[in-house]
Design a protein around this ligand. Structure first.
Ligand SMILES: Nc1nc2c(ncn2[C@@H]2O[C@H](COP(=O)(O)OP(=O)(O)OP(=O)(O)O)[C@@H](O)[C@H]2O)c(=O)[nH]1
Ligand SMILES: [Mg+2]
Length: 551
């Protein structure tokens, strides 16, 4: 049941006029939620570059008439559904309601007008909103962020007719409430006044009722947050104690490494190459991860870091939820070759894990299968390195670990609870690299070099529901595409180039003239060859014919 607003109203004779307005801002990543919040506040309360796993609360005053509280919730990935969204983000969305006590007047769903919403991304928006329960739509206004396409249309109606069937559906769910906000034009105060008038109208239409969460959902999340915070603190303390004790143990030791050899492993997009750049202190404009889109071959690089010569071998990744059999032989071969490049053996295997998305059992299964390429002893020499930590903001990596649950915790236990986190946005802070190298030195002192002939003993017991939680691999492929697209358009350009190539026969069997169907098949073949080349795959095209990329 909704709660009634019994708040102070303006003495204007109009009972709809509120003095305090509490707003929750929701939206996917990179959609301008921070800018929209700043436009409403009238000041830069939200850092437009910053991503967080938690909420940010800011206050402002509008037109001398309203005191506004704006709660900005953590964003989700455009194509990942709530199962694939990390727990911290989902908990943050639910927790935002309690930051607006006694309840928010409005939820503003920010959508970028430059975003073409396909069915999948529309569904993702709906599912993320419905984390707050089905009643959420009665209290939501779509806040359209003015984009570069706006000028091509005379009205939002025309825009949704021509480009946004899915968007039209979402607006309909919100009782046809939307507002077009131009965050580039902050000097125009009228738009925020109009927006707040719209909010007042919506509250009045809801009989003065504020949005209220289901009590059980609210309670569950609040107790989960408490539990996560406590366990994260305990974990931090025990990690700190272990570090102090290792420092003490190895104090004055003669066992110091002059050279540290590292093997980077992890799935595609987990940030191996970027981490390599960070460890090797490569200046931003010459970073490997910017020059090379994907890593197809294992490559060794080295640098001098303080007293250590660091030799680092980067390897190609696997798709996040692929089984070992689905991964091309070339990739497996390259990983094996990577070990040879670390001769006489790596001091540590660095397993990169992305802290920006959920860590599911499917993810764990894929990691276990791929790590088994190096034999059962691999875990004794592995450190988990959390990447994308710049997306968790002030939240700690320990909170990420404790919120994600048993699959991730099993992985950490398997690695002797060795983990480290990197914020690539703080690449010039060499302490994070030095601390990692120090940990590796202690680990090597205990373990000596990696050798791959030990039989595995501890097994992971899967829960019955693993398949239910198996995220669609195709959505991760799209997520990869989203990140890459954001960096530049080269990926699409390459595909376009192949499709636009003049029709040269691909083999002697290719006819010189083709029907439309034949041409389509030929293009598909070219595309699959190109994708195979990009993946470092072998000559067999069947994988792509029947796999994710086939039509
Ligand atoms: N914000 C942020 N972006 C990252 C991070 N790590 C990687 N990226 C970006 O994600 C994209 C892929 O990163 P890579 O380092 O190339 O990923 P990879 O694991 O080497 O991928 P493969 O070589 O394909 O296996 C690049 O655009 C990176 O800049 C991170 O920690 N934070
Ligand atoms: Mg790479």
């Amino acid at each position: 049941m909704d709660i009634k607003s019994t708040e102070e109203k303006h003495e204007t004779g109009n009972s709809n006029c509120l003095k305090d307005v509490r707003i929750i801002l929701l939206g996917r990543k990179w959609t301008g939620v921070n800018q929209a919040g700043n436009t409403i506040l009238g000041w830069d309360g939200f850092d437009s570059e910053e991503e967080t796993a938690g909420n940010k609360v800011r206050h402002g005053e509008v037109a001398g008439r309203w005191r506004v509280t704006v709660v900005k919730t953590p964003g989700w990935w455009k194509t990942l559904n709530p199962i694939e969204t990390r727990e911290l983000t989902k908990m943050g969305i639910i927790h935002s309601v309690s930051l607006c006590a006694p309840g928010p007047h409005a939820l503003l769903l920010v959508i970028d007008m430059d975003d073409i919403l396909e069915e999948k991304s529309g569904r993702v928006i709906e599912e993320h909103l419905e984390i707050l329960g089905n009643g959420v739509w009665n209290h939501t206004i779509v806040l359209l962020n003015y984009g570069i396409w706006q000028d091509s249309f005379t009205s939002v109606g025309e825009y949704t007719d021509k480009r946004g069937k899915v968007l039209g559906g979402i607006i309909k769910k919100c009782g046809r409430r939307y507002y077009l906000l131009n965050s580039q034009n902050r000097s125009s105060k009228t738009q925020v006044v109009e927006l707040l008038n719209k909010i007042e109208k919506m509250v009045a239409a809801n009989g003065g009722n504020l949005f209220e969460l289901d009590a059980n959902i609210a309670q569950d999340v609040e107790s989960k947050i408490k539990d996560v915070d406590e366990k994260a603190k305990q974990r931090e303390i025990s990690v700190q104690m272990e570090r102090n004790s290792l420092r003490e143990t190895y104090k004055g030791e003669t066992y110091h490494l002059e050279e540290i050899r590292l093997l980077l492993m992890g799935c595609i997009l987990s940030g191996k190459t970027r981490i390599g750049d960070t460890i090797l202190c490569v200046p931003e404009n010459t970073q490997y991860c910017k020059e090379t889109r994907r890593t197809y071959k294992s490559v060794e690089r080295q640098t001098q870091m303080g007293r250590w010569t660091v030799r680092l071998v980067d390897t190609p990744g696997w798709f996040m939820f692929s089984s070992l059999t689905e991964t091309p032989e070339m990739v497996k071969q390259e990983i094996a070759d990577g070990v040879l490049l670390c001769a006489p053996g790596p001091h540590a295997i660095i397993l990169t894990v992305c802290a920006s998305i959920a860590f599911t059992e499917a993810h764990l299964r894929s990691i276990r299968e791929h790590m088994s390429l190096l034999g059962a002893d691999v875990w004794r020499h592995t450190i988990v390195l959390f990447t994308w930590c710049d997306t968790i903001g002030e939240t700690t990596v320990e909170q990420f670990i404790e919120s994600e649950g048993r699959a991730l915790q099993w992985l950490l236990r398997k690695c002797g609870n060795r983990y480290h986190s990197f914020n690539v946005q703080k690449a010039n802070e060499t302490t994070q690299v030095e601390e990692l190298l120090e940990k590796i030195e202690w680990m090597a002192a205990k373990n000596s070099l990696f050798c791959s002939n030990v039989i595995e003993t501890e097994e992971w017991e899967e829960e019955g529901t693993v398949t239910q939680n198996t995220p669609a691999r195709e959505s991760l492929t799209v997520m990869l595409d989203e990140v890459l697209k954001r960096r530049d358009e080269e990926f699409l350009e390459n595909i376009r180039r192949i499709l636009m190539e003049p029709r040269t026969p691909m083999s002697m069997e290719d006819p010189l003239t083709m029907s439309l169907d034949e041409e389509h098949t030929c293009n598909k073949k070219k595309l699959s060859i190109w994708l195979r080349q990009q993946q470092g795959g072998n000559e067999d095209t069947s994988e792509y014919e029947s796999g994710d990329f086939a039509e």
